[in-house]
Design a protein around this ligand. Structure first.
Ligand SMILES: *Cc1c(COP(=O)(O)O)cnc(C)c1O
Length: 375
């Protein structure tokens, strides 16, 4: 029987050769390969600065920190996201304020609801380009300018996606990427912080490495002997092995995103024939990164049943996402249900179907046939 995992990765000779070369170089922590990865990534995004970090959560934490977000501040963000988006603001002592999605077709954060949630304490907006579809950044940028708010882009789903010819991650004050093993570009664990702001760039670079004035690599090269610590900081550095994988992955990103797009198009054609199931972003025509493929089940389909029956047929599914504000920990912090009607509806009705570059058209037909059987 077919086994179709939810996601898969594309590792070839490029990644393997790069990693072997790093091992042979005997320098494993952040160094010249990481610098090269940062340069290639910033060139790709057409942005001045990129800093490799240990993971996407670290990228978001750094972004909140360098924007000066702290105790008593509020950050408006979606609840239909991975918990890291909100946790990053909690780490800084700030309060995440959740905004609802636009609609059951556009699952990105609603500019109207952002406006509703602004208070004198609001300091920033963190947007997530959900499933790889860019948020409508024009109204969001306008709101941010009107209310003097910073914009963080959580672009974990959206490497390569574009909004009006601008790459996701380059439109806010600071952009955050993840290279976790199920993302469009993988390094195992890894991430990137990008910005065009010189002052923020300096801060990101420092805070990533304990705000130390020189790096181990520079001392190794004999460029420096001593260091000072000029502020609070972390060890959020990327490493040479991850960067070596990332360099090869970046080369294939556009090609693999195009493959993802084709698969989504096949899904859409097949699912159009079925009732009781709908596809969000149905009429989207821009440049998505097609990170995941979520669908929405009608009330008369049991999601547990649906997922279990597909599992038996070798088709792995998931839920992106259980709303963050309904998690036990967030409830303990005082967040409640019946506050974000669309997000909560989606939390109960969304199912994510397999999407990755190894899925063929025949796999899509198989999945749709099985879905038809289950429904
Ligand atoms: C994966 C992901 C993150 C966190 O990235 P890690 O590298 O796993 O820390 C943050 N936000 C979103 C939307 C993600 O999908």
């Amino acid at each position: 029987m077919r086994q179709i995992p939810l996601s898969d990765i594309d590792i070839g000779d490029g990644e393997i050769d790069n990693v072997v070369n790093v091992l042979k170089s005997e320098w494993l922590s952040m160094g010249p390969v990481s610098r090269q990865f940062e340069r290639k990534f910033s060139d790709y995004l057409q942005i001045k600065h990129a800093f490799g970090v240990s993971n996407g959560t670290a990228a978001l934490h750094i972004a909140n920190k360098v924007l000066g977000i702290g105790m008593g501040d509020e950050v408006i963000l979606p609840s239909l996201t991975f918990v890291a988006t909100a946790n990053a603001s909690l780490y800084c002592g700030a309060k995440p304020v959740f905004a609802d999605v636009v609609s059951l077709d556009n699952l990105n954060i609603s500019p109207d609801d952002i406006l509703e949630k602004i208070t004198p304490k609001t300091k920033a907006i963190t947007v997530v380009h959900y499933a790889g579809y860019p948020c409508d950044m024009d109204p969001i940028t306008e709101i941010a300018e009107d209310h003097k708010l910073k914009v963080i882009e959580d672009a974990a789903h959206a490497p390569g996606a574009e909004y009006k010819a601008k790459k996701c991650g380059t439109m806010g004050d600071i952009g955050c990427f993840s290279f976790f093993a199920n993302k469009n570009m993988v390094t195992g664990e890894g991430g990137m912080v990008v910005t065009s702001d010189e002052s923020l760039a300096r801060k990101v670079k420092m805070i990533r490495s304990h705000s130390m004035t020189t790096l181990t690599w520079e001392r190794h090269m004999g460029h420096a002997f001593n260091y000072d610590v000029t502020g609070m900081g972390f060890n959020y550095r990327i490493n040479e092995i991850a960067s070596a994988i990332g360099l090869a992955q970046l080369e294939k990103l556009d090609k693999n995103n195009r493959i993802r797009k084709k698969i989504v198009e096949h899904y859409k054609v097949g699912l159009k024939e079925l009732s009781h199931i709908s596809v969000p972003f149905s009429n989207y025509e821009g440049k998505s990164a097609y990170h995941i493929f979520p669908v929405i089940l009608n009330n008369n389909v049991s999601r547990n049943d649906f997922m279990a029956k597909l599992r038996v047929k070798g088709i792995q599914t998931s839920i992106h996402y259980p709303p963050v504000h309904l998690f036990t920990y967030y409830r303990k912090l005082g967040y409640r249900g019946n506050t974000l009607p669309k997000t909560e509806y989606l939390g109960d009705h969304l199912v994510t179907l397999p999407l990755h570059m190894k899925i063929g058209e025949d796999d899509v037909h198989y999945i749709i046939k099985e879905i038809d059987g289950v429904i």
